[in-house]
Write a protein that binds this ligand. Sequence first.
Ligand code: NAD
Length: 478
Amino acid sequence: MAKKYENYIDGRFVKASRGDTVDVINPANGQLVGVVTDTPVSEVDEAVAAAKRAQPAWEKLPAIARANYLRQLSAKIRANVDRLALTITREQGKVLGLAKLEVAFTADYIDYMAEWARRIEGEIVSSDRPNESVFLFRKPIGVTAGILPWNFPFFLIARKMAPALVTGNTIVIKSSEETPINAYEFAELVAETELPKGVFNIISGRGASTGNALASHRDVGLVSFTGSVPTGVRIMEAAARNLTRVNLELGGKAPAIVLRDADIELAAKAVYDSRVLNTGQLCNCAERIYVERSVVDQFAEKVTSLMKATTYGDPLADEGVSMGPLTNQAVLKKVSTLVESAKSAGAQVLTGGKVSDQDKGFHYEPTVLVNCKSDMGIMKQEIFGPVLPIQVIDGLDEGIALANDSEYGLTSSIFTRNINSALQASRELKFGETYVNREHFEAMQGFHAGRRKSGIGGADGKHGLYAYMETHIVYMQG
Ligand code: NAD
């Protein structure tokens, strides 16, 4: 019988007293990996209540003491990279090398946020009155909630809990129903630290039940969500009932513009990596490629030969594959539908273009499409798969106009050797992030934030940390 994984509430692992169960499936072979609970409202209440009880004492600790608990945790994560990576690969499907990177990056991220402990600053503001001092403090919000997707499930726990905890908040995390086991193992490591009970809680469950109960909870002061646009809208609606703040990291449809003076080899490799890393299931990676007419054949030839050389399959059965499966049947169907509709609207397949004939798992062939047009779904909707669609442009102005014409606004990139083109793109691209002559991938000290439907607020760096605090201004006369 498959193991049933419990919730971690108030410093203890607890079985939910009722609630449906959710099966966790290995997407590479369709096998059952474990079972979790669709945590019912009453137990969401318990988790939030535990976080609420723990918060005042946690806030009173010096920030450096809070940071020291985080460092205990990062050390334990580092000591367990291989085991944790195996769990991530088994339930999510990414190749082991990437899963190990994810775990190691998670430990580094926690340390980075811990380093902010001695750098959190308020302000002293000049007063209009004699003998008055005006102090602006930065205070924790209180109880925060993190709702997670499945694509980088382990790292995203840290992206929410580390800034929340170092600034004096407590947190309740809801893992994705697709990938809850790595979250359980994260909690096991938390349980081995001396972190006070109730400061960090993690629950499993589906979005419409457990997730909605958390987002609409009146004792939650901030919901930090990473996931799709439609869910972001629902979470914002649920949070609005209590005027709860939201921080939304949503989908992307990142453009990459390749100009004729670019290093085509470098551009091809960076764009290719975008579509194969995590089997193309990344919010930030290049998803629609605009290439200047005179170099489009050269660029397409290079990415096609890279795609043709891409091996894929079950990353645990064959550690040598460069790509794993898609995470579930719904993602596979969406990728396939987008490609089919592009084909019937005139896109030409240079390689791939169909669901793999491997008999197990959710595999899609590494694919390159040319002759794509702006009105095709493949150039407008998030693909989230190993598909690289190319559209021809006649110059930078057209590239920028097409790039900006999107409901998404997370990341973007340009490949050029002309500094004026790079500067024009940096001025005119309307995105949260722009990468010049490199792959799309944010740094922890940057600020990962989307415009338009890609989100509200952001994560990482100073600005991401300050999202977990509110201001308190004190006017002191005398
Ligand atoms: P999803 O929106 O389907 O689910 C994300 C989470 O929301 C899950 O935990 C789910 O249970 C929960 N949820 C669903 N309905 C809910 C509701 N009504 N109330 C509360 N919670 C609810 O997303 P996904 O398929 O897990 O992840 C893929 C998406 O995530 C993609 O769109 C991708 O672009 C996005 N993403 C964005 C970033 C970023 O930083 N911007 C990072 C990673 C992934």
